[in-house]
Design a protein around this ligand. Structure first.
Ligand code: GLC
Ligand code: CA
Length: 562
């Protein structure tokens, strides 16, 4: 009896521990001592646009849960859900009015817990988006802050007197095209906002703000989230003395004279705050991903922290801005790879033109999409995909100004059409609204959804989707792709990018034709021949082992026989 009881107690506690341990806590280190997120592929989901379970035209959490098998089969390890918290939706969720709840438009906390539990069952981590720089102007903190100059939350935001009548405190501008200061007639002061006026910047110099925000991360870690993607980290702090930014040449896309954002971005204080936020994350074994816009690798390196004590995964958003050329990629990957930090590659997200559209040549669009996948998903590092990228989803920009939903698109029309184009519904089928919803979706589906959708592409082994699946499967199963070092080959070739990933006695060769012509790549290192792993528009030459014949934008991957 006693024995049985012990067993029952052990079982009971065992289950309790399992149920309360977060995804991150359950992930052991690999043989090389690396944490799970170093090999992971993350998948960004824009919840408004992924799957609509209640047919109101807007995606939701239950929609995401219903597609977790798809996500698992695709071969990604974690999903990053962009903000799904209560929000007036001025910036589609990036204006948060409560950090510790779910917007009813997306579901309930119970729906979130179910999404989280179902993800865990499938070994998929859940990452939430943490909007650190600002809240919504409808957040209770801001409502109180605005209510009077002596309110408890007044100093939680950045309030200042104007320079004079009708004159804002300084010359800073909002990145969304408006002034950076909005006047409040009731308290006769201005508040600062780097983004929309409905997104007032928090004052991180106030310790109470920091504490409240850090507690928010604890709230979600305890609910099992594996980490956060930190929004717009470089804007967290601004100079206290509000020094004017220096003038810069030219005009911006809103027609304003340029200024150099010297005193309201990338302040050293950001790094100190990230180190403190990281300490909290470490208590829960959680991972911090950063939206880190930088101008070069050395700046990006700073976000890891001198002692690797800031962000584990600051995004390399530089890759997507480079020319589509082996030379540019080779240099960038070499710089990233030799930086001594773990690279985080990204080619698309909800703020930039979809990669499919960006690289398309009008003739080989699908081949190019497959080539880009074969490239960035086989590099040493973590990768972050964007939903629909795996289908070859294209941008579907608004056709006229009154169709635009993203306010920034109206302000910068027609120079810039805003971000609606890259946020359209996930394309599940060739049916009505691409199978996203029975209701008209909040953004229109492009005609190309007839061909680029999950159901159709699953039937075609050469589709973009099936190619992504194959690459992701290889990435998880080839030790050289998981752990291997990066060795560039044929450094002078202007058309073909080739490299080895090498781990112990295992080698994977990757050969990528970035040109619209047939190419012949000679791989001298391949003395002992290959075992082909995956290819698209490529084959071995007549000598059987040193030459690879590549069609336009073709690629070839093989294991080298040792
Ligand atoms: C980030 C988000 C973007 C948002 C902005 C303001 O850049 O990715 O979508 O508009 O921050 O929160
Ligand atoms: Ca819905």
């Amino acid at each position: 009896m006693r024995k049985h009881m012990d067993l029952a107690v052990v079982l009971l506690f065992g289950t309790m521990i399992l149920a309360s341990a977060s995804f991150a806590q359950q992930q052991a280190l690999d043989a090389e001592g690396h944490p799970w997120w170093q090999h992971a592929v993350f998948y960004e989901i824009y919840p408004r646009s992924f799957a609509d379970s209640n047919n109101d035209g807007i995606g939701d959490l239950n929609g995401i849960t219903s597609k977790l098998d798809y996500v698992r089969k695709l071969g990604v390890d974690a999903i990053w859900i962009t903000p799904c918290f209560p929000s007036p939706q001025v910036d589609f969720g990036y204006d948060v009015s409560d950090y510790e709840a779910i917007d009813p438009m997306y579901g309930t906390m119970a729906d979130f817990d179910r999404l989280s539990a179902e993800s865990r069952k499938r070994n998929i981590g859940v990452i939430l988006d943490f909007v650190v720089n600002h809240t919504s102007d409808q957040h209770k903190w801001f409502l109180d802050s605005k209510s009077s100059k002596s309110s408890a939350h007044r100093d939680w935001y950045i309030w200042r007197d104007g320079k004079g009548p009708n004159q804002p405190p300084n010359n800073w501008t909002s990145t969304f095209g408006t002034a950076a200061w909005t006047y409040d007639a009731a308290t006769k002061q201005y508040y600062y906002h780097y983004f929309y006026p409905q997104q007032p910047d928090l004052n991180w110099r106030n310790a109470a703000v920091e504490k409240a925000m850090f507690d928010t991360t604890r709230f979600w870690y305890k609910r099992g989230v594996a980490g956060f993607r930190l929004d717009a980290v470089d804007t967290m702090y601004e100079r206290e003395d509000l020094k004017d930014n220096p003038a810069a040449p030219g005009m911006d896309k809103f027609g304003r004279p340029n200024t150099e954002e010297k005193y309201n971005k990338k302040l050293p204080e950001v790094h100190a705050a990230l180190r403190r936020l990281r300490k909290v994350a470490d208590e829960y074994n959680a991972v911090l991903i950063g939206e880190t816009w930088t101008s070069d690798v050395s700046q990006l390196k700073d976000y890891y922290g001198e002692h690797n004590d800031e962000l584990q995964l600051p995004m390399d958003l530089l890759l997507n801005g480079l020319p589509f050329s082996p030379d540019a990629y080779r240099k960038h990957v070499a710089a990233m790879d030799s930086s001594g930090r773990w690279p985080v590659y990204v080619i698309s997200n909800h703020d930039m033109t979809r990669s499919y559209t960006r690289y398309a040549d009008g003739q080989h669009n699908d081949e190019i999409a497959k080539l880009m996948a074969a490239f960035y998903l086989t590099l040493r590092g973590t990768a972050i995909m964007y939903y629909g990228e795996e289908l070859g989803m294209e941008n579907n920009d608004p056709k006229s100004k009154d169709e635009v939903q993203d306010p920034v698109g109206r302000l910068s029309w027609p120079t810039d059409k805003g971000r609606d184009g890259e946020r359209t519904p996930m394309q599940w089928t060739s049916g009505t609204n691409a199978g996203f919803s029975e209701h008209q979706p909040w953004l229109p589906v492009p005609p190309s959804a007839k061909r680029h959708n999950v159901a159709s592409e699953e039937k075609d082994p050469h589709s973009v989707l099936e190619t992504y699946r194959s690459i992701l499967a290889l990435r998880h199963h080839q030790p050289a792709l998981i752990e291997g070092d990066y060795f560039p080959l044929n450094n002078d070739d202007p058309n073909v990018l080739a490299y080895l990933r090498r781990y112990k006695n295992q080698e994977v060769l990757v050969v990528l034709n970035f040109s619209g012509r047939n190419q012949e790549a000679r791989i001298e290192e391949a003395a002992a021949g290959y075992i082909s792993l995956l290819s698209s528009g490529a084959k071995l030459g007549p000598d059987g082992y040193k030459t690879i014949l590549l069609e336009p934008f073709g690629f070839y991957m093989a294991r080298l026989q040792k």
